[in-house]
Design a protein around this ligand. Structure first.
Ligand SMILES: Cc1cc2nc3c(=O)[nH]c(=O)nc-3n(C[C@H](O)[C@H](O)[C@H](O)COP(=O)(O)OP(=O)(O)OC[C@H]3O[C@@H](n4cnc5c(N)ncnc54)[C@H](O)[C@@H]3O)c2cc1C
Length: 465
């Protein structure tokens, strides 16, 4: 007979929940995990991974096209979207199977059903009560809908990732990370893409200069980006959709598919917030402290359900912080979200991608830091030229301490380069330390060093300014 008393119950098996469950088991806790949907949550099933699968194949296609344009390759890239979608499903299966294996191998009991929580220390599922000293809520988020007349004629990001055919004309409402990633992928597959974004600019929280550069590159690739454009009505027009929107003047356009990518909001299905007395933020996310403790003792919350950076790696870090607190380990400061050291890597997997960590120049200035910026163009880097990659690297340093406080990259490899960049921000690398660091040649990483040195006019390969 299965027991029903555990050290820890985790509700939700997305990146936050499954990683916290495994980390707790490795600390010797007995752990029960409830997952009502699919193990791996949004990230593995309908988020990060499937989106990156589609983007990777799109990037390969772009590379082939670029080489064909140069007459290095003889045949233009022909592809089977059906096979691409099959490949996406296979990768999801492989990864979710891997996580299920890890949970089992670490002795985590998984119940594949929705749980409800109305009382601290007790979760209920299918008429059974399960008890635990501590509970972690990791129930995630869902696509936000906005009250536009005709919103029922749109599809969400989950449906957009699983389309059977490439739409000829694609309209995307929302120029956030998810909207722009889908725009990038489908543009490469041949859709005529228009993005309608209500804000005056894309990604207002990121570096203005670098985002302007990114936007120019995306427009160059053929994506129509309308900022400051509010969608008023969507109508069915035969097999297509007619979208009425207003920017400087009222306009309309047709799409075979309209994706609504207006952001995501925290969900806590089955969690009786009122009865438990859980405090919420103004955005109706679960409020937590730096240890991920909610307002109710022994109930923790992590991941998208608490808002902030709605990123899988933020959810992992929050899970680790919660487990460290539960097992009474030395306090584990969270990178970024609440510690005041904003190293949280932030990626937009567009083509080209954007990656940032630490402070932007304007954030540094708002904090009263006398900041200095350095840059290095992909056009001056041997590896970038060999790969046919274009882009720009920017490093922000504190003029007084000569320490690295931020890095922003637009260009191929940005998400991978970010690990190295985040470390330099976390450690606050000085210009002297950058000079002493030997970076492999040729590599894209060289550009981060050059941009850092450029802050103080010491870049060897950079343009003379
Ligand atoms: C298209 C797209 C692309 C993305 N790309 C990236 C990316 O490149 N990088 C990145 O870092 N992030 C990305 N994200 C965001 C990322 O997916 C989320 O930040 C991450 O999945 C959050 O993890 P989580 O564990 O908090 O929640 P989720 O992954 O949402 O998991 C929550 C789980 O809890 C389960 N659940 C809910 N309530 C209950 C209950 N009562 N009982 C049992 N189970 C329950 C749900 O079924 C779900 O499986 C992307 C998201 C989308 C939509």
């Amino acid at each position: 007979m299965e027991k029903n008393r555990y050290d820890l119950i985790v509700i939700g098996g997305g990146p936050g929940g499954y990683s916290a469950a495994i980390a707790a088991a490795k600390e010797g806790l007995s752990v029960l995990l409830f997952e009502g949907g699919a193990i791996g949550g949004t990230c593995l099933n309908e988020g990060c991974i499937p989106a990156k699968y589609l983007l990777d194949k799109a990037a390969a296609l772009e590379k082939v096209r670029a080489l064909t344009d140069k007459e290095i390759f003889r045949e233009p890239g022909m592809f089977s979207f059906k096979k691409i979608q099959k490949g996406r499903e296979e990768v999801i299966k492989k990864l979710t199977g891997g996580v299920a294996y890890l949970l089992k191998a670490n002795g985590v009991r998984v119940i594949h059903s929705f749980a409800s929580l109305t009382e601290a220390g007790k979760a209920e599922c299918e008429g059974q009560v399960y008890e635990a000293e501590d509970i972690i809520i990791a129930t995630g988020s869902k696509s936000m809908s906005i009250p536009i007349p005709g919103a029922e004629y749109t599809i969400n990001s989950t449906q957009a990732l699983a389309l059977e055919r490439v739409p000829r004309r694609l309209v995307i409402i929302g120029g956030g990370v998810i909207g722009m990633e889908l725009a990038s992928a489908y543009c490469s597959y041949g859709s005529e893409v228009t993005v309608l974004e209500a804000m005056p600019e894309l990604f207002p929280a990121e570096d203005e200069r670098m985002i302007a550069y990114l936007k120019k590159e995306l427009v160059k690739r053929g994506i129509r980006i309308c900022t400051g454009c509010k969608v008023k009505v969507i109508e069915k027009a035969g097999q297509s959709r007619r979208v009425f929107f207003e920017g400087e003047k009222p306009e309309e356009l047709y799409g075979d598919t309209v994706i609504l990518a207006a952001g995501r909001k925290a969900v806590y299905q089955g969690i009786d917030v009122k009865k438990l007395g859980l405090a919420l933020t103004g955005k109706k996310e679960i409020r937590v402290d730096e240890h991920m403790q909610t307002s109710v003792p022994h109930i923790y919350a992590i991941g998208d359900a608490i808002g902030g950076y709605q990123l899988a790696h933020a959810a992992y870090a929050e899970g680790e912080a919660a487990i460290a607190h539960i097992v009474g380990k030395e306090e584990m400061p969270l990178p970024g979200k609440r510690s005041g050291v904003p190293v949280m890597p932030r990626c937009i997997y567009t083509m080209p991608p954007y990656g940032a960590t630490g402070l932007t120049l304007s954030e540094a200035e708002d904090k009263g830091i006398d900041a200095v910026r350095g840059e290095f163009s992909y056009s001056g880097n041997g590896m970038a030229l060999a790969e046919g990659a274009t882009g720009l690297v920017q490093v922000v340093m504190d003029r007084e301490s000569e320490r690295t406080i931020g890095v922003q990259i637009v260009g191929e490899g940005a998400p991978e380069l970010l690990a190295f960049a985040a470390l330099s921000v976390k450690e606050g690398m000085t210009v002297k330390e950058w000079q002493r660091l030997i970076v492999a040649h040729p590599s894209l990483s060289e550009m981060i060093k050059e941009a850092a040195l450029d802050c103080f006019g010491k870049s060897v390969h950079g343009a003379v300014r």
